[in-house]
Design a protein around this ligand. Sequence first.
Ligand code: PLP
Length: 419
Amino acid sequence: MKDLFAKIYRDKGPLGKWASQAEGYFVFPKLEGEISNRMKFQGKDVITWSINDYLGLANNPEVRKVDAEAAAAYGSAYPMGARMMSGHTDLHEQLQNELAEFVGKEATYLLNFGYQGMVSTVDALVSKDDIIVYDVDSHACIIDGVRLHMGKRFTFKHNDIESLEKNLERATKMAEQTGGGILVISEGVFGMRGEQGKLKEIVALKKKYNFRLFVDDAHGFGTLGATGAGAGQEQGVQDEIDVYFATFAKSMASTGAFIAADKEIIDYLKYNLRSQMFAKSLQMQLVVGALKRLDMLRTMPELKQNLWKIVDALQSGLKDRGFDIGTTQSCVTPVYLKGSIPEAMALVKDLRENHGIFCSIVVYPVIPKGLILLRMIPTASHTLQDVEETLVAFSAIRKRLEDGTYKRVSAKLIEMMGE
Ligand SMILES: Cc1ncc(COP(=O)(O)O)c(C=O)c1O
């Protein structure tokens, strides 16, 4: 019989196998200093374009003060236990009520982490006779939720309404046999490429097909819509989203998340979300901190305006210089370049070491072979000077990519690694 660990010794997994070349630099990098537009990486000052602190709240002095006071008042323990057992408080309820009003839904329920909350919500919404139809590019937490489903599931091509409709036809036929219903899942904003989910078109299909819509709006909450209520508000279909999800890990610069829906649905979910029933309640310092952040989202529209000033400057600056930023319709700013993985590594090294620019890099198999995706997250804490420096740096690295500099550097690197 094999040792359970034999496969682990042999194969470190699709990402783990690159650990010796990538760890500490391309993956698990250590950014140091206060969370802001400029931080330190390996002792060097860098402009950071990889932190989801969209509204620049992470280091807002008022936010830091409230966080510190709440930590002093409650510590990290309070309240002990799961919400259902001993972890429920007036402030949890207050936050839920305020969030419901903010996103225009009857009720919300707090989640101690977005990821686990999403998994459990998908799990709780369907039974084995139901059918899930979801976007093929969905976030891992949606996919993991779908994995728990005992019934049928279909993917539709990314943001492709024709493909969604085909799958809705299949799902409808199947649901007629099983006696179940249909759950459609999309994201409000797809975090890698920045496209908004086609919520308006999806909602329009409700006239033809009988389904409920669940939207993960992690990147839309706080950044899109007239009042920051997200992609549904931006597209004028917030009311038609049956279950809405957002995390505190991005615009709110914190930890935790929530789901929003009609009261009866939330009442059902709060008794059936296994990740909340069997795990500790959201800590009080996070609840108090979220109340403060939500108040700022509500009363300080300038935060979102500042964010979009930077987004517009960055995206139009890149386009003016001929960069391909794909089809983004949100703050997420992808820059697509052509090159191999070794070239991408040399390019990112050059960006960090010689230009002081820190952004995430995405390569095959996440995107097609031969493409390099530099993923940038603008925030309200960036300045126009940051944008200008970045545009100059990007023009310089593109020149070096095109004149073969990175090919030569990477060939040398590969040779050295092979020796
Ligand atoms: C689209 C999406 N959904 C869900 C999550 C998970 O949220 P959390 O970080 O609160 O676990 C993330 C990442 O934060 C995300 O990008």
